[in-house]
Design a binder for this molecule. Structure first.
Ligand code: NAD
Ligand code: UDP
Length: 311
């Protein structure tokens, strides 16, 4: 198949590109390199089945024909999506619109990489896909949370109005090899801090929870969802739930038991609890994560040990 991956030079996108090319597909990685890096695709540059296009999805996408589209283009770390919130909203609305227009023209199946953030600061726990969410539409996370919600809306409307074949994945916190050192999300922050011998920054009292999926598990879920019959939305994440303090202590133990923990103010609208109910993914995709937290962390730590700019 000929497959387009938007955001293909990013963290998750580049792993997806690897899997799709290894399976014999022809892949176009399209990215504006905002948080992505060409080096993430560098090992495919000479491959006949790979093409990189530097392009911003807020502009129409001029590609003749593709069979499938994985739409991942959007900064995912709060630090990066809040740096230019209006651009983030544009990326989500205009970007998803342009991708769906392309899908409609090519009669391609499109997977939207949505997020657990559509649940906001959830009032039910764990989160099932039929929960409509508790999102602040005027806060600092809204450009992303509401952006992904309108992306989902557009995606389902293209399906209803034009018969476009769509799939929607709601991705929960994912970590792994190729995260940026300055990504700003909690797993990479704690690992980089511990390796550099500086204090681990816990926001708030560390009692808020998250669930951390290793990237290889997540990519397997995205591929199964795209190639299966179930439209979604489908939660993809690891149901293991940890407080941020527990995560800090685990990384402290794995890297440097003497590492210091410091407490910083909790950002506005930071969700208190988050854990995916993955019954739907298990039932429809036969999918569940296989990499336990510490095994995944060990891989991410090994990667940062090799790639830190200043050790
Ligand atoms: P990432 O920031 O590493 O990747 C995003 C990629 O999209 C980058 O390569 C970036 O350069 C590119 N991009 C951003 N805006 C663009 C634009 N306007 N035009 C073209 N390219 C653009 O983040 P990631 O963690 O790999 O996330 C990938 C997708 O998965 C995102 O859509 C994100 O919302 C979603 N997601 C990720 C997580 C997670 O924990 N990693 C959780 C939920 C959802
Ligand atoms: N967090 C933290 N220290 C950091 C970065 C993040 O305590 O250096 C917290 C953050 O406040 C949130 C959780 O870790 O409660 C997950 O943050 P992240 O940015 O990784 O993802 P998201 O909030 O989007 O789930």
């Amino acid at each position: 198949m000929k497959i387009l991956v938007t955001g293909g030079a990013g963290f998750i996108g580049s792993h997806l590109v690897d899997r799709l090319i290894e399976a014999g597909n022809s892949v176009i990685s399209l990215d504006n390199l905002y948080t992505g890096r060409k080096v993430n695709n560098a090992h495919w540059l000479e491959h006949p089945n790979f093409k990189f296009i530097e392009h911003d999805v807020i502009n129409p996408i001029d590609i003749e024909q593709v069979d499938q589209i994985y739409h991942l283009a959007c900064p995912a770390s709060p630090v990066h999506y809040q740096a230019d919130p209006i651009k983030t909203a544009q990326t989500n609305f205009l970007g998803t619109f342009n991708v769906l227009e392309l899908a409609k023209r090519c009669k391609a199946r499109v997977l939207l990489a949505s997020t657990s953030e559509v649940y906001g600061d959830p009032l039910i726990h764990p989160q099932t896909e039929d929960y409509w969410g508790n999102v602040n539409c005027t806060g600092i996370r809204s450009c992303y949370d509401e952006g992904k919600r309108i992306s989902e809306t557009l995606t389902f409307d293209y399906h209803r109005q034009f018969g476009v074949e769509v799939r929607v994945a709601r991705i929960f916190n994912t970590h792994g090899v190729r995260m940026l050192e300055n990504d700003g999300r909690v797993v990479s922050n704690f690992i980089v801090q511990a390796l550099k011998g500086i204090p681990l920054t816990i926001y708030g009292d560390g009692s808020q929870t998250r669930s951390f999926c290793y990237v290889s598990d997540l990519v397997e879920g995205l591929i199964r969802l795209t190639n299966g019959n179930y439209i979604g939305p489908v939660n993809l994440g690891n149901p293991g739930e940890y407080t941020i303090l527990q995560l800090a202590q685990t990384i402290q133990r794995l890297i440097d038991p003497t590492a210091e923990l410091v407490f910083k103010p909790l950002p506005q609208d930071d969700p208190q609890r988050r854990q995916p109910d993955i019954s739907r993914a298990k039932f429809h995709l036969g999918w569940e994560p296989t990499v336990p937290l510490e095994e995944g962390l060990a891989k991410t730590i090994a990667y940062f040990r090799d790639h830190l700019s200043v050790k």
